[in-house]
Design a protein around this ligand. Structure first.
Ligand SMILES: Nc1nc2c(ncn2[C@@H]2O[C@H](COP(=O)(O)OP(=O)(O)OP(=O)(O)O)[C@@H](O)[C@H]2O)c(=O)[nH]1
Ligand SMILES: [Mg+2]
Length: 373
């Protein structure tokens, strides 16, 4: 009997663009159709807010950590295949690291060419992050005011250039004029690529994304002309911190939403006030029992977002995870993350039982495969 292929959907976009939110919304909709869904998250190091977030929503999540998908291609394939232990999934949704690009040559074509009997590759959709899109995609005067270096901006643009279709995220927060302007700027980068405005959070436009995935009309596989030295310099500009802490208030109830929002707010203020950091994405998760809260800050000029509201208090131990990606020195960033956790817990008399943190600058990408046709 012919084995069914797994539909493999890679969701691209810069740090904080809304990939995890979109993956969660797609997973919910495919599950509601009776499809079996597997999700793969990815990071340079362990302890991911995204994994905890998607698992707490009830999804089956595998994690590729330690390097991006392109540099851990075999892990990516093994993780995708683990879902098949009981029953082959219908759909695998995979979220690459948000500072990663050249994914068509290093992930999509290798999966298609080496494992095409098992995987059916969906068109590659990339989410535009409006807060950075407005600043990075040059205005008529060509003036740079994103706060990021030209090398980091290079990655942002390359991510958009290789898409089969583009999505303008956070539609719920954009005026019609802003959508039109972003569409124009995107079309200057990739003239003939379809553009879908979408709100992963409210769900608006997600049906159009699913139509692209389920009934692909074009999968042009745009191969990038890319300079890996510039790409590596752009990634290395980012400080990367993954911190985990166990905190407890004993029998006193802890308001998880207050906790995550306070920690992310204090951390954001510290890196902005230092006038050193450009925030790509700060996220804080708190998990007590099976109740979770996630709070995020996606740029220097945006406030705190509630990515996932717990809506209730918990007692006992809470696992706190901070994932910070900011253009600044990683040691200073780690200090800001540790200080935010200690300060906020102290405010409410919460005991911090343990803290571990891992800080780094991403190393040069060295893809397992790079196929240029
Ligand atoms: N208002 C609004 N907020 C959104 C939308 N989509 C995502 N967000 C918020 O944006 C923040 C970042 O979203 P994520 O889905 O975590 O972004 P990401 O691309 O996965 O980020 P990384 O994994 O760090 O690359 C969260 O606080 C989300 O709640 C949207 O459509 N509207
Ligand atoms: Mg994510």
């Amino acid at each position: 009997m012919k084995k069914e292929k797994i539909k493999f959907v890679l969701v691209g976009g810069f740090l904080g663009a809304g990939k995890t939110t979109l993956v969660g919304e797609l997973a919910k909709r495919y599950s509601a159709q009776g499809k079996r869904v597997g999700i793969i998250t990815n990071d340079q190091t362990e302890n991911l807010v995204d994994t905890q977030n998607l698992r707490s929503q009830g999804f089956e999540v595998g994690e590729v950590s330690g390097a991006c998908f392109c540099c851990s291609f075999d892990d990516l394939v093994a993780t995708a295949e683990e879902f098949s232990a009981d029953q082959i999934p219908d759909v695998v949704l995979a979220e690459p690291v948000g500072s990663c690009t050249d994914l068509v040559a290093t992930v999509i074509l290798p999966l298609q060419q080496l494992l095409g009997e098992r995987f059916d590759l969906a068109p590659f959709g990339v989410l535009l992050k409006p807060s950075h899109g407005k600043r990075i995609l040059a205005d008529a005067a060509g003036e740079r005011k994103s706060g990021f270096s030209p090398q980091a901006e290079y990655i942002f643009r390359k991510q958009l250039e290789e898409a089969d279709y583009l999505m303008i995220g956070r539609l719920d927060q954009l005026e019609d004029g802003e959508v039109a302007e972003l569409r124009e700027r995107l079309q200057a980068i990739a003239e003939d690529v379809p553009v879908i405005p979408v709100s992963p959070k409210s769900g608006e436009g997600v049906d159009l994304v699913m139509a692209r995935i389920d009934h692909p009309s074009t999968t042009s596989r745009r191969l990038l002309d890319i300079d890996y030295d510039t790409y590596a310099e752009g990634e290395a500009e980012l400080g990367w911190v993954n911190l985990t802490a166990t905190v407890t208030a004993g029998d006193e109830p802890i308001d998880l939403d207050w906790l995550t929002q306070s920690v992310v707010d204090r951390c954001a203020n510290a890196v902005i006030e230092a006038e050193e950091g450009q925030i790509a994405h700060l996220k804080v998760s708190a998990l007590g029992g099976d109740t979770q809260s996630v709070a995020n800050v996606v740029s220097n000029d945006s406030g705190v977002d509630v990515g996932l509201a717990a809506g209730r208090e918990v007692t006992g131990n809470v696992q706190l995870i901070v994932n910070a990606r900011v253009a600044m020195d990683p040691d200073n960033l780690e200090f800001a993350c540790r200080d935010a956790v200690a300060f906020v817990c102290n405010q409410r008399g919460l005991e911090v039982k343990s803290v571990t943190a891992h800080s780094l600058r991403p190393g040069r990408p060295t893809p397992t495969h790079r196929m240029v046709r």
